[in-house]
Ligand binder design. Structure first.
Ligand code: DQA
Length: 143
């Protein structure tokens, strides 16, 4: 099974970006962890990041058309993009929403998500473990 692991804006800055919140792990480290976990689980992990909302929308359309399960960290778009939420609504395979930080412990504007209503589950605050837990869950559905 192919799983898309999609990452939104500023996540290419992991490692340099607010390390007290997001840790010292880089996006390349996260990608390597997801690839390793995917290999263990027999999933074909396609890991991507973009700072461009239209590109993210097109990836979500691709996931809808191909019925790919999705692990999504839509970063700041989570909190204000009706378009990302509308694209998530079109998904046909399970969607897991992931955030590295515990958004509910942070500013009030991070407490709302346009994605959550369309997600099977939401993981926030577990750092990179959130991504591997999401992959494990998706693998358990197809096993
Ligand atoms: C984030 C949380 C968002 O509020 C923030 O805008 C991000 C990253 C996280 O992974 O903790 O860019 O999605």
């Amino acid at each position: 099974t192919t799983v898309l692991v999609l990452n939104g804006p500023n996540l290419n800055r992991l490692g340099k970006r607010e390390p007290a919140i997001y840790g010292s792990q880089t996006l390349a480290d996260l990608e390597a962890l997801c690839a390793k976990t995917g290999a263990e689980l027999g999933l074909d992990v396609d890991f991507r990041q973009t700072n461009h909302e239209g590109e993210m929308l097109e990836w979500l359309h691709e996931a809808a058309d191909e019925s790919y399960p999705v692990v999504l960290n839509s970063a700041a778009w989570t909190h204000y993009s009706v378009a990302v939420g509308d694209a998530c609504a079109q998904l046909t395979a399970p969607l897991i929403e992931v955030h590295l930080s515990n958004v509910h412990q942070r500013e009030a504007f991070r407490h709302h998500s346009f994605v959550s209503a369309h997600a099977k589950g939401v993981i926030a605050g577990l750092g990179a473990d959130g991504y591997t837990a999401a992959l494990r869950h998706l693998a358990s559905l197809t096993a």
